[in-house]
Design a protein around this ligand. Structure first.
Ligand code: 6PG
Length: 255
């Protein structure tokens, strides 16, 4: 199921995503005792990370939450381009999320292929279910102006990484032009819910292409972001600047 909500600005879109993540977390912890969330990087999630930090601190506030990444740049966590470093500065550190619940893509390995294999092994250990079983409860993604998502770029062989959960991308198509490690479409597709957070007029044209694609949500869609599937729902939270033409719902925001 695909759902689109258009919010006045990216801050309100981030608040809507926060409300949805908290609901998904409450549901997952009640049913399975934990909430597995993979987050992306870039600028768009910054207001969301700050809003998450304001929820509370320490074990009580984050009981059962396990944080993963959809992708990472092959740089140290202290590098300003690090997705783990970004989430750590804005959310995980200020909110004192317990280290044992934070599962970054390690970038201190001998190369990006080894980094990808190491992360995949960690994921398969954390999600030991049978083939096709659900993994993440939620995956948060963004969209680049070229239609990439995570670090899956148009035309890259990483889009056809059948069976793999994590791949290395040595030649990203957009800055930062550092090698990447990324979840595959297969891995993302095993999430219960995928949430896209997109803002700004710079994304309007690419979102119009994604939403106009008759093959959206399947392997024949033109752009990586359009190929994303999920077990239960793919939900789009976009601001008016990025909104594609056509009908949209009103996001459920309680906070
Ligand atoms: C990354 C992200 C990437 C991002 C898009 C949008 O590591 O760069 O995971 O997929 O979501 O590039 O980035 P902005 O939010 O900065 O526009």
């Amino acid at each position: 199921m695909n759902r689109l909500w258009v919010l006045p600005d990216v801050a309100s879109a981030a608040r809507a995503v926060l409300a949805r993540l908290v609901d998904l977390a409450d549901e997952a912890r009640a049913q399975r005792g934990r909430f597995a969330l993979a987050v992306s990087g870039g600028q768009t999630p910054e207001p969301l990370f700050r809003a998450l930090a304001s929820r509370g601190t320490g074990e009580d506030a984050w009981s059962g939450w396990h944080i993963f990444w959809s992708d990472e740049r092959a740089v140290p966590p202290t590098d300003p381009r690090s997705n783990f470093g970004e989430a750590g500065r804005l959310w995980l550190g200020p909110a004192a999320v317990p280290d044992g619940q934070v599962h970054p893509i390690r970038t201190d390995g001998p190369g990006i292929d080894a980094m990808a294999r190491t992360y995949e092994a960690e994921l398969r250990e954390f999600f030991p279910g049978p083939p096709g079983a659900a993994t993440f409860d939620a995956v948060l993604l963004g969209v680049g102006p070229d239609g990439h998502t995570a670090s899956l770029f148009p035309g890259s062989p990483t889009l056809e990484a059948g069976g793999r959960w994590v791949v290395a991308e040595p030649r990203p198509a957009v800055p930062p032009l550092v090698p990447r490690v990324s979840l595959t479409l297969d891995a993302i597709g095993r999430a219960r819910v995928v949430l896209f957070l997109v803002g700004g007029t710079a994304k309007r044209e690419v979102l119009a292409r994604v939403f106009a694609d008759p093959n959206r949500g399947g392997p024949r869609a033109a752009l990586p972001a359009a190929r994303v599937q999920a077990l239960d729902a793919v939900e789009w939270y976009v601001d008016r600047g990025a909104a594609p033409p056509g009908p949209a719902g009103v996001a459920p925001t309680r906070r």
